[in-house]
Design a protein around this ligand. Structure first.
Ligand code: HEM
Length: 449
């Protein structure tokens, strides 16, 4: 937490000369920046909820400049929208689906690391280091390392499902507990929907839409979404999952890191940017477009596979890509602002039976509830547990498993370097054996989206 707050302050003071330069040109920008600085300082006083409420839609480091040439995302020519063909793959992630529908990712929904890094950079300015790590993890657990590809949705086609496959090859749609987790923004928990955690539940979408205001129009232009509103919604969704899903379980990387990160991705990566609001704003119009939803509150319709980048939409600036420390910093701030959302454990087979596991027992005493957010610890923890969990999801001889762990480790190393992370010795996943949700691993019907 400390380092997170200092990051924002450091960024602000580094930007100060530039701010003075633009003072004359855009006085309102400076005014906004001053307000921001005040709010960030306020957050420093050990007030994570205040910091969460003050955070802009650009995440830990506010975006102070708007450069239309840099930020306009093309939706024409080779980047024109096209609905997926029947053989194309789409899945649980609207950001990836939209990118594929515009050709920023291969339109068939199967990508290499290089394609993922360049495509998500061009579409969203997601940082290359974290993107490569996320793609490598997907390749190792749900794709095919030998072919170097992963699927953004359902299983890889038969010809890519051979050779060097220790993971499932089932794609993100059937990555329950290794990537996909419970208490998502718009998707059902896998167990409560016959294994389908990739289809949008329109009622759930309706609920999250409502946190942005009361604009009942089709355009939804008056709606406004923030990181803090989404963090509060995450708490509600967790409570609903515990009350409805007997198999609710918090996979350590999937549900503790990926799921809240996905809430933050909506704000940090789907917000539109303008001269007036360089740090971005997300209204109902943009939110619905990225989620493939049409209509107005009360009569929303989800168009399966139709997630779309809006025309004349401006991504976050290239000078402030959303990188690994931002991703983890935003998740950490969410836990500090809403401490009840930090959960390790699950229901024990009946609803409302949530039983927690002590993070200290899980990590051989390396982290505990008090130290988890000190210094760089949460960043260390998030990326270490992602890697340490890998063997439990792979099938094959130990020597082969170790090769895959090393392959993913190569992509995670830059996220951990220089952090002086404590060594994570024992990582005791056996603690999860008593939770039925831990072993629940649907492979689902063989659909593309
Ligand atoms: C390599 C990059 C990425 C990977 C591997 C990835 C993977 C995933 C996975 C596994 C989920 C399911 C998590 C859950 O259970 O809630 C998910 C959900 C989500 N992702 Fe991504 N994602 C990536 C990039 C992005 C980007 C660039 C965006 C935004 C522009 C994004 C936005 C979202 C959102 C909003 C959800 C939640 C959807 C819902 O619950 O309705 N992701 N992603």
């Amino acid at each position: 937490m400390q380092s997170f707050v200092f990051l924002s302050l450091a960024a602000l003071s580094a930007a100060w000369p530039a701010l003075q330069e633009i003072q004359n040109a855009h006085p309102n920008v400076l005014q906004e920046a001053a307000k921001l600085a005040a709010r960030t300082l306020e957050g420093r006083q050990n007030d994570p909820l205040g910091t969460s409420r003050a955070e802009t839609n650009c995440g830990p480091t506010p975006c102070l400049n708007f450069d239309p040439a840099d930020q306009l995302v093309s939706t024409s020519g080779q980047w024109a929208y096209a609905s997926p063909a029947a053989s194309d793959i789409r899945g649980p992630c609207p950001g990836l689906n939209a990118a594929a529908n515009h050709g920023y990712l291969p339109r068939n929904g199967i990508a290499t690391i290089e394609q993922t890094v360049s495509g998500l950079g061009a579409a969203y300015n997601l940082g290359p280091v974290v993107t490569a790590a996320l793609a490598a993890y997907a390749i190792a657990l749900d794709g095919n390392v030998a072919e170097g590809v992963w699927s953004i949705g359902g299983p890889l086609p038969a010809d890519l499902l051979v050779g060097g496959l220790l993971g499932t090859g089932q794609g993100l749609s059937y990555s329950h507990n290794n990537y996909e987790g419970d208490a998502s923004i718009g998707r059902n928990d896998a167990y409560t929907n016959h294994g389908d955690a990739h289809s949008l539940n329109i009622t759930k979408f309706e609920r999250v839409y409502a946190v942005g205001g009361n604009d009942q129009s089709v355009d939804g232009r008056a709606q406004r979404y923030t990181l803090d509103k989404f963090r509060a919604r995450f708490q509600e969704v967790q409570e609903e999952s515990i009350a409805n899903n007997p198999y609710f379980f918090t996979g350590v990387f999937s549900t503790v890191v990926v799921v809240p990160a996905a809430y933050n991705f909506v704000i940090n990566l789907m917000s539109n940017h303008s001269l007036e609001e360089p740090s971005g704003y997300l209204d109902g119009y943009n939110f619905k477009s990225f989620f493939g939803v049409t209509g107005k509150p009360g009569s929303f319709v989800w168009k399966r596979g139709q997630e779309r980048i809006p025309d004349r939409w401006y991504r976050r600036p290239s000078s402030n890509q959303y990188e690994g420390p931002d991703v983890v910093g935003d998740v950490a701030l969410g836990y500090l602002a809403y401490p009840g959302t930090l959960k390790f454990g699950g229901n024990t087979g009946k609803v409302n039976t949530f039983t927690g596991v002590d993070v200290s027992d899980l990590t051989g005493g390396v982290y505990n509830a008090a130290t988890l957010f000190q210094g760089n610890n949460f960043q260390c923890f998030a990326f270490q547990i992602a890697q340490n969990g890998i063997p439990s999801f792979l099938k094959g001889p130990l020597s082969e498993v170790n090769k895959i762990v090393a392959y993913v480790g190569g992509y995670f190393a830059p996220l951990l370097s220089g952090l002086n992370c404590p060594q994570l010795g024992a990582y005791d996943q056996g603690l999860f054996n008593s939770f039925p949700g831990y072993k629940y691993s649907p492979t689902g019907p063989d659909t593309n989206y």
